[in-house]
Design a protein around this ligand. Structure first.
Ligand SMILES: CC(C)(COP(=O)(O)OP(=O)(O)OC[C@H]1O[C@@H](n2cnc3c(N)ncnc32)[C@H](O)[C@@H]1OP(=O)(O)O)[C@@H](O)C(=O)NCCC(=O)NCCS
Length: 144
């Protein structure tokens, strides 16, 4: 059964592993622990049969929720896990009085863009050369 719960330090290794499978420039373990320290209530993992298969983290700034990261292990995609993580995260953002959520996505990441559109996010702007390798970011947002 799928369970969404907040991240604990015991999840670090599995989260780092998924990061390395999903991103060309994965976060360091220190960065992930900093996320946990700073945003304990808005850093969630998805657990399936006791195994961490995905995670998502956000922060609230001036009544706006910033989705910092979301990733699902490649072997567990298209099962609704990303959607389940986002819905829990958005509910927590609402609880924290965020009126809107926003995020950045690589311009080449068409799969993630479809995922966000499916969740009701709308393209707002493009940040030129936002990523360290020079790729643009597309900013999406959604009223909560
Ligand atoms: C984006 C990501 C988190 C989606 O997770 P997921 O668990 O596979 O997503 P879901 O199963 O909840 O997808 C829900 C719906 O979103 C859409 N969707 C999700 N992934 C998609 C893709 N690769 N291509 C097209 N549509 C997609 C579909 O409509 C899907 O419903 P369906 O499977 O019934 O057609 C996952 O692909 C991932 O980890 N990608 C790598 C990391 C990444 O790019 N993160 C975002 C960085 S900004």
């Amino acid at each position: 059964m799928l369970r969404i719960r907040t991240f604990t330090p015991d999840d670090l290794e599995q989260v780092c592993h998924i990061q390395s499978l999903c991103f060309s420039e994965p976060y360091t373990p220190e960065f992930i622990m900093n996320l946990h320290e700073a945003h304990r209530e808005t850093f969630f993992v998805a657990e399936l049969g006791g195994r961490v298969v995905g995670y998502a983290a956000a922060r609230v700034i001036s009544f706006r929720g910033h989705i910092i990261v979301i990733a699902v292990h490649p072997s567990f995609r298209r099962l609704g896990i990303g959607m389940a993580l986002m819905l829990v995260l958005e509910n927590e953002l609402r609880r924290r009085r965020a009126l809107e959520a926003w995020l950045e996505v690589r311009a080449s990441n068409t799969g993630a863009m479809r995922f966000y559109r499916r969740l009701g996010y709308v393209e707002k702007s493009v940040l030129r050369r936002y990523y360290s390798d020079g790729e643009d970011a597309v900013v999406f947002s959604k009223m909560l």
